[in-house]
Design a protein around this ligand. Structure first.
Ligand code: F6R
Length: 587
């Protein structure tokens, strides 16, 4: 959600900045813009729509060695050229990721002083305020420090000042920003892929730290302007993060990476019948899982394994709800936050709330050193590698496995469970290719509504299947607990409704099958995803029957593949679905 890039160095800035900005496209955006110094003036170019629209307006050969750029995901004000970043007021030009919560009050106060803005964004208010503070102090560092006392909310800002043609500034709070340091060049960015064209080495910034970038010198200050000394980190992962490696889409590539991701997790954390280096949940009375979207769905699967195998009472709550609900904080409980990006604003806020109330926190996070990972007491990294497709696949699966490892760590007699789990990567490899997903998808793609049905753990699986389908294919879809249909929803079922039934849980199979028959009787066509080779649906993706421990996990890849093929048939922008952002850094 919004991407920031800033560059200062000895190479022409526009190609480097634009390469970085393009690598952040996956975060989701609806306009983009750039500002750079030219002949002591700041040029600003911005455009609604895809980055290509901006690209078409740029001269890559421009003699400029410093600039800032932005992809905007609209929050305050429409997605148009005017609201696109960068924003300029007086001597200040800046780009912003985050939300300024008190911008209305600030705006009123600035209006009263006769200031006016054309843009409707919260960001223009920040630019105006910073300009005012700069005029008062004539010192950018002091002005930024004072700015932080006045603005509330989340922000990563990259800033140019007209008076300082050799200096770039940045600051962050609750929104990501890293500082890549190369040889005689510095690149600021919201995420690692954007710095890799310049360097693998970077500084992490803590909340309210200010960066001053000059040629050959990066200085970091705390909010009181004391210099902060830091070590750089080095990115260890794959340098080809922006390559689809021959796959048509990142989502397909990432599904294909699942066997390796899971294999690596199992190799790292298990040996024979032992589990190593996995956090021990035994001392805790209850587990509270807090997450958003697919991570929440992973949490629901985790609940099943934690309750069934670790005998730990587990609740799962949407982070956006957790923040505002009544709490009965209990220090004997553990709060587990799940997040691929580690930057989801609601999950981060839930984490802070739990911490403030003295509760132990464990985060299950993919992106190393992300805000959630750094703020929680304990971390379990899923190490699924950078995920580019907005719709999560491999990171979700890795979250599920991490939760299962937490559960199994408490189980003494775990050898057979681990043996089952170790079969999973080869099943996934097989299921990616085994079925004619395209032909099932052709039928589903004609439906206006698709219901996913399941009971117990199958319902948790169905919820993720349904989310995957709707977010990338734009077909309306809902997951329903099969037993709830008769209490209202069955009135929506007719011969045009698509129904996908997940029947992995053999214990509940009779109940599930009778619910499916009720749906068939109303004329709907039912596609079952199941290892049960009986005649109870219109068509079937027939999986291998394994034990009750492994069975549920076998349904995940077929559902991901189905969603992928439906979206492909419908010609959707699979990796970058409309309106969505990969990293949801605002509430
Ligand atoms: C769906 C999807 C989202 C994320 C959710 C949480 O495919 O990717 O639902 O799961 O936005 O994001 P993270 O895991 O980064 O906290």
């Amino acid at each position: 959600m919004c991407g920031i890039v800033g560059y200062l160095g000895n190479r022409k800035a526009i190609p480097i900045i634009m390469e970085g900005l393009k690598s952040l496209e996956y975060r989701g955006y609806d306009s983009s813009g750039i500002a750079y110094f030219k002949d002591h003036k700041i040029e600003v170019i911005k455009k609604e729509g895809k980055i290509q629209n901006l690209d078409a307006l740029l001269n890559y050969d421009e003699d400029t060695f410093m600039g800032i750029a932005h992809t905007r995901w609209a929050t305050h004000g429409k997605a148009n050229d005017l609201n696109a970043h960068p924003h300029t007021y007086g001597k200040i030009t800046l780009v912003h990721n985050g939300i300024i919560e008190n911008y209305e009050d600030l705006k009123k106060a600035l209006f009263a002083k006769g200031k006016h803005f054309e843009s409707e964004t919260d960001t223009i208010v920040v630019a105006c305020l910073l300009d005012e503070l700069y005029e008062e102090t004539r010192d950018m560092l002091k002005a930024i420090s004072l700015l932080m006392q006045k603005i509330q909310g989340s922000y990563a800002l990259a800033i140019l000042c007209k008076d300082e043609t050799d200096t770039l500034y940045a600051v962050r709070k609750d929104s990501p920003l890293i500082v890549g340091v190369g040889e005689n060049e510095t690149i600021l960015a919201s995420d690692i892929p954007a710095i890799l064209g310049v360097t693998k080495n970077y500084y992490l910034l803590n909340d309210k730290e200010i960066v001053q970038v000059k040629k050959n010198k990066v200085t970091i200050y705390d909010e009181h302007l004391n210099e902060v000394l830091k070590e750089t980190k080095t990115y260890q992962g794959d340098l080809e993060v922006s390559s689809k490696k021959g796959y048509e889409h990142f989502m397909l590539k990432e599904i294909h990476e699942e066997p390796e991701v899971l294999q690596n997790l199992l190799l790292k954390y298990t040996k024979e019948d032992k589990i190593r280096e996995v956090f021990d949940i035994t001392p805790y009375k209850n587990i509270e899982i807090v997450a958003c979207g697919s991570a929440y769905h992973a949490g629901l699967i985790g609940k099943y394994y934690l309750e069934t195998y670790a005998n730990k009472k587990t609740t799962v709550t949407y982070a956006s709800e957790y923040r505002y609900q009544k709490h009965f904080f209990d220090k004997e409980n553990l709060v587990i936050l799940i997040s691929q990006s580690g930057e989801t604003a609601d999950t981060l806020a839930a984490l802070k709330l739990a911490k403030e109330n003295g509760i132990d926190t464990l985060s299950i996070v993919n992106v190393r050193d992300s805000s959630i990972a750094r703020s929680s007491k304990y971390v379990f990294y899923t190490d699924a590698g950078i995920e580019v497709a907005v719709a999560t696949t491999k990171a979700y699966f890795a979250q599920v496995i991490a939760l299962i490892l937490l559960a199994l760590n408490t189980v003494e007699d775990r050898a057979s469970y681990l043996a089952s789990l170790r079969k999973l990567p080869s099943f996934i490899t097989k299921y990616i290719d085994s079925f004619d997903y395209e032909s099932y998808a052709k039928r589903l793609a004609t439906c206006e509504h698709i219901f996913y049905l399941g009971r117990g753990i199958d319902y948790a699986l169905a919820m993720e299947g349904s989310l995957k389908l709707k977010e990338i294919s734009y077909i309306h879809s809902e997951a329903y607990p099969s037993g709830e249909l008769k209490h209202g929803t069955i009135s929506l079922i007719d011969e045009n409704t698509g129904v996908i039934a997940v029947v992995m849980n053999e214990e509940l199979k009779e109940k599930s099958i009778s619910n499916i028959k009720e749906v068939l009787a109303r004329g709907a066509k039912v596609l079952a995803i199941t290892p049960i080779d009986e005649d109870f649906a219109s068509s079937k993706i027939l999986l291998t029957k394994e034990d009750a421990f492994l069975n549920p996990l076998l349904a995940i890849v077929p559902m991901q593949m189905l969603a992928y093929h439906v979206a492909k048939i419908k010609g959707c922008d699979i990796d970058k679905p409309r309106n969505l952002a990969k990293s949801v850094t605002v509430e």
